[in-house]
Ligand binder design. Structure first.
Ligand code: ISL
Ligand code: CA
Length: 560
């Protein structure tokens, strides 16, 4: 067992725009984060993953960076950043920066220069190609709708943008670009930051033939096979590791849409010297239909368990898992995988937390999850801010693929703004997030669901998260124990064991609002076992006399 601090850590993600506003302009900011560090220390987390705080025109809320070495004006100054970093470190909280190097903003100086002339010294920092017969170089669609290529008058060439046209893709084939990226990463490490979460980093190596992709329902071709885990990706990741990461004591996680467990072994195997972890999407993609997340379908617990188990077993001794239910691109965990009705919101939130924190890997908590926040359902598309949802709405309705109501339904279920409404700090106006006008409306349920309320209530989701985090610190089996799935076919109960040096935990999670009966498999005896944590009162003899779990019940036993 290779011990490492980043395996024993719990990470908390901050999406700064929606976290806490210190100056009443309606936008969360860095001093706002500093003010809340005591809250995070009390919760017990070890690392903050900070979504982008760099200078940006905010076409995609900071994921379009115009200067990697400056702080976004709306978020504060570099001095504010330095202070936050220092204050975090004082509390033993490390900071993991978001590293967005698949693309920049079209307002980045590199792109401005690249665009100026074909012979500009920065031309090859981006991906420029001539058109084909008056059309784009190939048929790839962009993730945010439309073609992935944008025509540029001045040079009569197209540039590639896998996301919005204000997010041109960088050309990693170009050694000078790579050198500049590594220098920029070192700039941040020299400041004392502790690692990086790397945005869509498995997209940075593209097949240089840029072949057409198979046509999809969007009217564009699917380029994924030509840029997901592309030809030189492991060479780049290893180079970055040698040039930057290996020189400091870092935590790294690569965000990787469409990555599978076999690839993940290559990215996270310690002897390969690439990354610590990846974020895969297989579990958050369950229940996706014809148009992916835009046609949400019911999902089955057995599908979720199969996916999670594949990753738990696949990376055992070979790599390391990241564990998450939600982030700034996903719906709220309770609404997605639990039950956000009045009756079951709190209990199901605790069950989900138990399940995630008892799996093997490093858990990530998304801001507001510890408060029990839920999805938002704005009635009108005008209230939404997310470029992905706004473009999808336009696209589906204008092409007649879906009615406005159908797209709104999908946005309510899966849109990214579900996670981006402001953190609910109190029952005051705008949930105490701002005293001004928030950039996106606060979820109207803030009067019931807010940090002040959960802090005051010992039975809250918040205090339950605290207990889970503490248990992790006290029990190496939670971090390093081997995972084994039980009750494989059960559609309501997720049961598994964790085992380390003869010590064994049993985790039982009921994902339904029913009271499923079940039988424990042979070899598992609860006599004399201790309940480590549960979201219900558990009777004296710690047994399960009736072998039944209550709605959304979770229990963790230390077996004898
Ligand atoms: O949710 C998604 C799937 O439909 C996407 O937003 C997916 O997460 C995304 O394509 C990759 O996400 C990352 O890169 C994007 C940025 O908009 C996201 O916020 C970021 O997490 C481009 O930088
Ligand atoms: Ca502000």
């Amino acid at each position: 067992m290779d011990r490492a601090w980043w395996k024993e850590s719990v990470v908390y993600q901050i999406y700064p725009r929606s976290f806490n506003d210190s100056n009443a302009d309606g936008i969360g900011d860095i001093p706002g984060i500093t003010q809340k560090l005591d809250h995070l220390q009390d919760l017990g987390i070890d690392v903050i993953w900070l979504s982008p705080v760099y200078q940006s025109p905010n076409d995609d809320n900071g994921y379009d960076i115009s200067n990697y070495r400056a702080i976004m004006d709306e978020f504060g100054t570099m001095a504010d950043f330095d202070e936050m970093l220092e204050e975090a470190h004082k509390r033993d909280i490390r900071i993991m920066m978001d590293l967005v190097v698949n693309h920049t903003s079209d307002e980045h100086a590199w792109f401005v220069e690249s665009r100026e002339a074909k012979d500009s010294s920065k031309r090859d920092y981006y991906i420029w190609r001539p058109g084909k017969g008056g059309e784009a170089p190939n048929n790839w669609g962009s993730f945010f709708g439309g073609s992935a290529w944008e025509y540029d008058d001045a040079s009569d060439e197209y540039y590639l943008h896998l996301f919005s046209k204000k997010q041109p893709d960088l050309n990693w084939e170009h050694p000078e670009l790579r050198r500049d990226v590594y220098e920029m990463m070192n700039f941040w490490l020299n400041k004392g930051v502790n690692g990086f979460r790397m945005d869509v980093v498995n997209f940075i190596s593209k097949d240089q033939n840029f072949p057409d992709g198979e046509m999809t329902g969007t009217g564009y071709g699917d380029g994924n096979p030509y840029f997901v885990n592309g030809p030189r990706i492991h060479e780049y990741m290893h180079e970055m590791n040698q040039e930057v990461l290996s020189k400091a004591d870092t935590i790294t996680v690569g965000e990787m849409p469409n990555v599978g467990v076999e690839q993940a072994k290559l990215y996270t195997g310690s002897e390969r010297e690439e990354l610590n972890m990846v974020f895969h999407f297989e579990h958050v993609d369950v229940g996706s239909g014809e148009y992916g997340k835009w046609s949400p379908q019911p999902w089955k617990l057995t599908d979720l368990k199969t996916i999670v188990t594949t990753w738990q077993e696949g990376l055992e001794e070979k790599g390391w898992n990241s564990l998450y239910w939600s982030n700034h691109d996903q719906p709220r965990a309770i609404s997605r995988f639990g039950n956000d009705s009045e009756a079951f919101r709190v209990i199901s939130g605790k069950m989900l937390a138990t399940c995630l924190h008892m799996l093997k890997g490093t858990p990530y908590i998304y801001q507001g999850e510890e408060i029990g926040m839920t999805n938002i359902a704005f009635e009108s598309i005008e209230e939404y801010r997310d470029i992905e949802s706004l473009n999808a709405y336009k696209d589906f309705t204008s092409r007649g693929t879906m009615s406005g109501d159908e797209v709104m339904h999908a946005i309510h279920e899966r849109g990214r703004d579900n996670a981006r409404t402001p953190v609910q700090w109190s029952a005051e106006d705008h949930a105490g997030f701002t005293t001004g006008e928030p950039w996106i409306a606060v979820n109207p349920n803030y009067k019931q669901i807010n940090a002040e309320a959960v802090l005051a209530d010992p039975d809250s989701v918040y205090h339950y998260y605290k207990r889970l985090i503490k248990l992790r610190k006290q029990n190496p089996v939670i971090v390093y124990g081997k995972y084994q799935l039980l009750l494989e076919q059960d559609e309501q109960i997720y049961a598994f064991t964790r085992e380390l040096d003869g010590e064994r935990l049993l985790v039982l999670c009921n994902f339904s609002q029913e009271e499923p009966a079940f039988a424990l498999p042979e070899g598992i005896d609860l006599t004399g076992s201790e309940v480590l944590i549960s979201n219900y009162e558990v009777g004296g003899e710690a047994g399960l006399p009736a072998l039944k779990l209550r709605p959304y019940e979770a229990r963790v036993y230390r077996l004898n």
